[in-house]
Design a protein around this ligand. Sequence first.
Ligand code: PMP
Length: 467
Amino acid sequence: RETTDLDTPERAQALWQKDKDHFIHPFTDFSRFGTHGCDIITESEGIHVQDAQGNRFIDGIAGLWCVNVGHGRREIGEAMAEQATRMAYFSTFNNLSNVPATLLADKLADLAPAHLNHVFYSCGGSAANDATVRLVHYYFNRLGKPSKKRIISRNNAYHGTTYMAASLTGIASNNWDFDTLDHLVTYLSEANCYRRPEGMSESAYCDHLVQEFEDTIARLGADNIAAFIAEPIMGAGGVLVAPEGYLRRMQAVCRKHDILLIADEVVTAFGRLGHFFASEAVFGVQPDIINCAKGLSSGYAPLGATLISDDMYEVLSRPQGPGGVLSTGFTYSGHPVSCAAALKNIEIMERERICDNVLEVGPYLEERLATLSRHATVGDVRGSHFMMCLENVADKTTRALLPVEARVGDRVADEAQARGLIIRPVGHLNIISPPLIWTREVVDQVVDILDQALSATTDGLRADGYL
Ligand code: PMP
């Protein structure tokens, strides 16, 4: 391909400098950034990406859990270009609409559990969660239950970084030195089977978590609680798979106390667990609301969607108050180009039976990654299908962590990257969330690289006196 800014090492260096000088990167460690700067990714195709120096990597994180159909899909680009040249943008406020947004809403209603037939669009996952809380509050206000405001979330949950979504997020380090809307959110314990209390069976642990929810409701009063929000499998918080039956039992508690269940499927929807939506198909629950983003458009364009139940929609759509309208929404709600990308993305997923690939290759990925637990630092290998995680520890028996300064997650990721694979470090964890088109052969290649990366990491930690 033709390159412009990057066709000589000097130009690549100049670009790198501009990035370092002017681009405030999200979730970036400035001390490391100051010395390393960034790897600038310039090309992508299938399961691979390439940086400005021409190094090629297997993408082990699907961009950021989102490029589900893989990179370089011309059809999606063409669908976007066609829409952008035909009608790039027009408002969807005040009874205006566009063709892709309408067709996509219809398609989502088709793919989602039967009772979810109404779609509210946003620009990503945080905005979807934020809009959801506003809609939930509005819903209870309209029902004459204005005290129902509090949202129950969980420690280590990740729901985004708008003010509300960050407040729902229970990863302590994410909110360090930031403020949160504490009057609106209460956190339960996360469901962490690996670190559950010593000697407790998984089913007793499940009882314990459900009881904590009941106790919290008793303490706060059901009249003050609007909703419980949960990722069906916690993602950024460490790919935590809850004990069997957990979500079903949490849903039953919600129903008993007139508390809405919000499933944050920003990661789990669109095939990552082998289904378009995981809540019902995998976990047997029927949330009142499902939020999705990321894989909805495979990251080709920013898009989020909140899928709302018929019952809730009936209340939201009742004749409005003084303004006469449901006064919430974004300039880019139902953006035609993003919706065109999503429609093409879904068409590809269906045509290529991508969910079936995940159902077939996913268990193999789980099985092969599990072999890495032979390494001294790998305390846990967990996850489901194309949503996996390694938990690195200092001591496998006690599950004690290495000191933060050991930067074990970064070490493993760096060693993997040096061998041609990008995975994601999150503290002491490494997350693997590939494009959904990985084959068994790719899995074998990836596990070989990780095997070497983990050996090198162990050697490095020993050399530096951490082990
Ligand atoms: N919810 C979950 C479960 C997520 O994983 C993320 C992003 N990683 C978000 C919400 C936020 O989405 P976005 O970054 O698109 O705002």
